[in-house]
Design a protein around this ligand. Structure first.
Ligand code: UN1
Length: 494
């Protein structure tokens, strides 16, 4: 009998009002049923939002350092459960155990960062135009926040949203991706054990249309924070725009690594293998384009193909496996469709096939795949695939490489390998992206620096760092006049 997991509304664990459940299966072996999860609807969303509204006043008035202490305890609980949660996460979404440990660690880092913020949440004090008047600004909570999270970083991204929301004094309703609901249950269990009061964190499982859209459209939800595809982000944006709702969007990427002829090629090779095939290419920050400076193109490509063919693909719970399956059947189908497109546009030099033999027969595996001689405008060089497919493009020189890198609608992460300090600083200045790595791959963001992108990657917000507080708080400017007279600012000036 598969374990039945529940929603959490107002501190109570309960099934969906419909009484229905959906299955969550292991993408490395679909015979393994991870659990059954409530198939919720707008009725459950209404209840969760009501619980979050009811809890808001008491939480808003809890001093931020006290909220921080709870988040600190939550970080400690996640530390204690890191291995257990990582194993469950690998079972439900497929990425290798080393990476799911890293995912939980990113949640722990976010908890400690947010806990410290409980003693900062800095505003400004400013001089004002009169002797007997005082000016300052403070951060205020927004209200009930709807958090809609993806399956590729079930812990990291949920905590990037939840912990800053909480430290600012908001209450939340979390709708996790239906491919990774178990990791979200572990997070909410830890939150409640750490002392987050009932109703401050609510969890509603289900689909985008069943739960996500009702949450976006609910008049009681003041803010939506969403990570996922640009297509869904645009739809959410329209719905929020009509309702003048605060919205933070973290969307797609088509990230590139540039390798210049003077680079440490062995280092650049390790970088691109990790960036392109880590998490089976299913990161917003994954390296999906490799831009090679022409003088080293053939030599580098030969090294890359040789190594990519040796990547061990399998069940991520096996410590020796280097790449797990795609998250579900649909995601593998998308990869296969793009491989067919790639074959018609350019030259396949590694992989290209689904893997379904022997121990891999019951999972959604696919070979690490590389296309060479790809035109910068080709579909596989422009569209986000979210799988282990790398498009290799040639560049004449640094200007050409940067122009190619910038030539997509996205702008999340980017990387350049070079030993030339002038080239590195030129790239830092001219690359259009939210994140630029020098001599590192396109992945590896840490929680104390802003995370997010330009162009169609988002709508101008940043997660992580202290910059995320601008999403989850409203500024209030305060003027205290202690003159005992009417002072009129600009009007009183000569
Ligand atoms: C994502 O790509 O969806 O930098 C998040 C990284 C991770 C976070 C990635 N720390 O790859």
């Amino acid at each position: 009998m598969a374990e039945r997991y529940l929603n959490c509304i107002g501190g109570d664990w309960a099934p969906a009002e419909s009484g229905e459940f959906f299955e969550n299966r292991n993408p490395a072996d679909v015979n393994d049923l991870v659990g059954l999860f409530p198939k919720s609807s707008s009725v459950d969303v209404d209840r969760a939002v009501k619980a979050a509204e009811d809890a808001f006043d008491a939480w808003r008035l809890t001093p931020a350092p006290k909220r921080g202490e709870i988040l600190y305890r939550l970080g400690r609980i996640l530390q204690d459960r890191k291995e257990e949660i990582a194993r469950l996460m690998t079972r439900e979404m497929g990425k290798i155990i080393k990476e799911t440990r890293g995912d939980v660690q990113e949640g722990i880092d976010t908890a400690f960062y947010a806990a410290g913020e409980g003693r900062r949440l800095f505003g400004d004090t400013c001089p004002v135009e009169f002797r007997n008047k005082f000016g300052m600004s403070v951060r205020c909570p927004v209200g009930v926040c709807g958090l809609i999270t993806p399956w590729n970083f079930p812990m990291a991204i949920a905590t990037w949203k939840m912990f800053p929301a909480l430290i600012c004094g908001n209450t939340v309703v979390l709708k996790p991706a239906s491919d990774t609901p178990a990791s979200a249950v572990k997070l909410v269990e830890a939150a409640i054990e750490a002392g987050v009061p009932a109703g401050v964190v609510n969890l509603v499982h289900g689909t985008g249309s069943g739960v996500g859209i009702p949450l976006v459209e609910h008049p009681g939800v003041r803010l939506i924070s969403f990570t996922g595809s640009s297509a869904v982000g645009r739809d959410i944006g329209e719905r929020c725009g009509k309702r003048l709702k605060r919205l933070s969007l973290e969307l797609g990427g088509k990230n590139a690594q540039i390798v210049m002829a003077d680079a440490d090629l062995d280092l650049a090779l390790e970088g691109v293998l990790w960036g392109a095939f880590g998490t089976t290419g299913q990161r917003c920050t994954a390296t999906s384009r490799l831009i090679l400076h022409k003088p080293i193109k053939e030599a580098f490509l030969a090294m890359l193909v040789e190594r990519a063919k040796r990547i061990r693909v399998g069940n991520g719970l096996d410590e020796s496996v280097e790449m797990g399956p795609l998250v579900n059947e649909g995601q593998r189908r998308t990869v296969m469709e793009y491989v067919a497109i790639g074959k018609s546009e350019s030259r396949l030099v590694a992989g290209g096939k689904p893997l379904a033999e022997g121990p891999l027969r019951d999972g959604w595996f696919h070979e690490p795949t590389i296309f060479a001689d790809v035109a910068p405008s080709a579909r596989i060089a422009q569209e986000e695939i979210f799988g282990p497919v790398l498009a290799v493009i040639d560049a004449e020189d640094l200007d050409d490489a940067i122009r190619i890198l910038n030539g997509t609608r996205y702008g999340l992460s980017s990387s350049i390998y070079t030993r030339d300090v002038n080239a590195a600083f030129k790239a830092i200045r001219d690359i259009e992206a939210g994140i630029t790595y020098v001599n590192g791959p396109t992945i590896g963001a840490e929680v104390q620096l802003p995370f997010g992108g330009v162009k169609d990657t988002g709508n101008g917000h940043r997660e992580a760092s202290h910059t995320v507080l601008d999403t989850f708080s409203e500024w209030k400017s305060i003027y205290v006049d202690f003159s005992g007279t009417l002072q009129k600012a600009q009007i009183d000036q000569d």
